[in-house]
Structures are given as C-alpha cells and as structure tokens.
Design a protein around this ligand. Structure first.
Ligand SMILES: [Zn+2]
Length: 446
C-alpha cells in the first residue's frame, strides 16, 4: 500500500484539480481519495506530498524506441530520405543482430527509452518496433506499462526486412501468444503504412487483430508525398485505401493524419477512427501541421505522442503538449485553438482510452498510474492554474516520483527497479559500437 499524504494539488483530470487531500493505493488500484482517510498500519509506505502535485501518468500513444539510439542523426531530411538514410540502416543492424540470436540491442533501446519516458512522467506507451522477448523482459523489469505494436511490412522496404509470408505470420502469432496481457505488457498490430503492406497482408493483419482483440495503429497521411503516391497507385487516399481492405471496420488509430482531405475527415468520423497527434516529429521532418481543431470539431478522439527519438529527438510529453498547443494556435491564428486543458486531456485520458487502459485520470477504482511533481521550481511557481502551468511551465525535471500499477518505480528522482547508471552506460556503449556498422546512405528503396 502507498499513502500519499497532504497532497497540495491533486489532478483528477483536465477539468478537476483539488487541494489538500490524501490518496491511498492498494494493490494496483486507487483505493481512496479524500481528506479523512485513516493512515493504514505497518507495511504501508507514507509519502508526504504537502509541496507536491499528484497527477495521472502521461500516456505516450506512439513511439519507436529503437530510435533512442539515433538521437541527433540528421537534421534536414524529409520522410522518404530520412527512412533511407537514418532509420533503415540501423534497422538493418538490429535485424542482423537478431538473426544471429543477439537481442541485446533491442533490450537496451527498450530500456533507454523506458527510462527517458519514466523521467518525463510517462507511465504507459505504444512502441511500434522490432520486438523481442528481451525487449518485453526489460520493460517488465523496469515496471513500465508497455504495448509492443508489431510493425508489419511486406513491401517497399529493403528486402532484408521481410521474410516469407508464412514465417512473418507465424512470428506475429508467436509474439501475441507470448506477450499479450503478460504482466504489464500488451501487443497491438501496426502495419507501418498503407504503402508498405500488400492488401492481402493488411486483411490478414486486420483479421488477426480481431481474433485476438488487439488495438490497431498505422502511420497514415503523414506527408503530402505519400497521399500523392497512394492516389497514383490505387486511385484512393491512404485512409480510403485502408477502408477498402476492411481495416476501418475494427477500432483503428491513425497516426499523424497530417494531410487528411475533408472527405477523409468525414470517413474517419463515420468509422470512429481515432487520431494520434505528433507535433514535434511532424515539425522536425517538415511534414506539415495536422488540423487538430478540425478533427475535434468532427468529434474525433485525439491522443498525443512523441513519435520516435530520431524525429523529435526527445520523449518528453511536457514539450509535446506545449509545442502541440502552440502549433495549433499558430495554424489557426487563434489563441483559443487547442487550449492547455485540451492538450493535457490528449496526453492523459484520451491516449489511455485509445489504448484501452483504465487509466489516464485519477479516481477511486482506476489503475494506480500516477506522477508526483514539484510545484516550487522557479520556472513553475507561483501556482495559479495547475493544468495551464503543467502545460506551459512544466518540465520533466519536475517529475520526482512515479507510481505504475501501484508500485513505486521512481522515488525522489531515483529509478527503483534497475540500475539506471549501468543500463544507460551499457546501452550507449552498445549503440556507439553498432553505429560504426551503419552503411549510411547505401540503402535505397528504388
Ligand atoms: Zn512513427
């Protein structure tokens, strides 16, 4: 049990903040919130929060943790060239290691990414990645709530990234059966983009998601280039194309959706497609600004995320909220566009709902996934409006402690479950070693 005593500000959700209350965690749920909760006896950890905020953990709806090993690589490339020159060569190295039975690389990038996210108050995430048992084992060891989204491709990418249809399908089934709902981990299905999968593969992925009750994600209309390619190759926009193979018949989250047409917006609303907003990644790759206010006006559910560290290059939800909100105000030339409350909701409650997690708000009975933050730093104080200040003033350094599934994973700035120093040191050394193998600029797709 954990008893958070005399909490100065408790954030239930984007609309409700209360002062001077206590919160009791029992097992992996929030047992009680109130001013008159008796302090339980022995075995209960009591934490004084009289100068702290307690808030829901952030939910990072989309990332690629292998890119944690590619921070600061390139700064000028659009998506196609960026894939060819930055990500594909490193994916080649990861796969080469994996084929030889060495999964240390995935274990370490999973660990580095998880620790970076914990430090910015992220308690759950969706990682579209090259998955391995070692990666899931690392998340489980750290104690973070992960969803491994199987990034599926069977065309467009270098040949070495694919194998026979039978082998790819067998591997996906094996990953689902080993890791879905095991400990804190889940599996989702994620065709990388509509143009990297054949229609037959997309149909199989959709049927598999439905058979196992998995969430589905896909990068859709991230750039104007891919919309033009889709129209040329299929006569349809990317979202229409996904619909034509039945992908939207089942709960679906469109990642990016920067270049939806009005017709696609309506299709998304009709099919209850949710949207994943990645403002900083779209900014770094010069992809465009997603029309989030229009999506909200259509009733679409929007969650927020960082995307991978090669196109951001931080997994920091404070920065993402701030940039995401400002960008919409600039796009619409309207200071009321995407308010702090709206973007905060996207980073917590909405993202949790899209992931299917009973978290993202602090209420009795909900999963005990929360962060304890300082309120007194010079960049934050004095406190007038907690939500606005978390969005406009908050920094990841304000996050002092993190509770996930009722367990204290970080306490007063120290990760409790693994040796951060060892993990980060070994992970960076391994990354540097493997970077030397990268044939930058050698791989091209056409
Ligand atoms: Zn992505």
């Amino acid at each position: 049990m954990i008893y958070l005593k005399n909490i100065a500000f408790l954030v239930h959700d984007s609309d409700r903040v209360v002062q001077d209350v206590n919160l009791l965690v029992e097992g992996n749920r929030i047992k009680r919130i109130g001013s008159d909760i008796p302090v339980p006896g022995e075995g209960c950890l009591v934490m004084d929060c009289s100068d702290k905020m307690v808030a829901p953990g952030f939910v990072n709806l989309h990332t690629h943790l292998y890119q944690n090993m590619l921070k600061g690589v390139e700064d000028r490339l659009r998506i196609k060239e960026w894939c060819e020159e930055v990500t594909f060569p490193f994916v080649g190295v990861i796969l080469e290691d994996a084929y030889s039975g060495d999964h240390r690389l995935s274990s370490f990038y999973g660990g580095l990414g998880a620790i970076e996210m914990l430090r910015s108050g992220i308690t759950a995430f969706v990682d579209m990645d090259i998955l391995s048992d070692d990666l899931f084992a690392m998340w489980e060891r750290i104690g973070i709530r992960g969803t491994g989204a199987i990034q599926a491709v069977d065309k467009w990418v270098p040949e070495a990234f694919t194998s026979s249809p039978e082998a790819m399908r067998a591997e996906i089934i094996s990953t689902i059966e080993h890791w879905h709902n095991k400990g804190l981990q889940r599996i989702a299905i994620a065709p990388s983009t509509p143009f990297t999968c054949t229609p037959e593969y997309l149909r199989w992925l959709r049927d598999t998601s439905e058979a196992y009750g998995l969430k589905t994600y896909c990068h859709v209309s991230e750039t104007a280039w891919e919309v033009q390619e889709s129209l040329r190759d299929t006569g349809m926009t990317p979202l229409q194309y996904l619909d034509s193979v039945g992908f939207l018949d089942y709960p679906f989250c469109a990642v990016h959706a920067v270049h939806f047409t009005e017709q696609e917006r309506n299709l998304a609303a009709e099919r209850e497609v949710s949207i994943c907003y990645n403002p900083k990644s779209n900014g770094k790759l010069g992809s465009g600004i997603a029309p989030i206010v229009d999506y909200l006006n259509c009733g679409l559910k929007v969650g927020l995320s960082t995307d991978g560290a090669a196109s951001n290059d931080l997994l920091d939800m404070f920065e993402e909220m701030r940039f995401g909100s400002m960008l919409q105000k600039l796009k619409y030339e309207d200071p009321a566009a995407l308010t702090a409350r709206q973007v905060y909701q996207m980073a917590t409650e909405n993202a949790a709902e899209i992931m299917g997690l009973d978290a993202g708000i602090l209420e009795e009975g909900k999963l005990a996934d929360m962060v304890i933050m300082d309120t007194g730093a010079v960049h934050f104080a004095p406190v007038h409006d907690v939500i606005q200040q978390i969005v406009y003033c908050g920094k990841s350094s304000d996050v002092r402690s993190v509770i996930i599934d009722g367990k204290l994973v970080m306490m007063d700035g120290v990760i409790q479950t693994v040796s951060e120093e060892e993990l980060v040191g070994e992970g960076i050394a391994l990354a540097e070693d493997r970077q030397r193998m990268i044939p930058y600029g050698r791989l091209h797709t056409d």
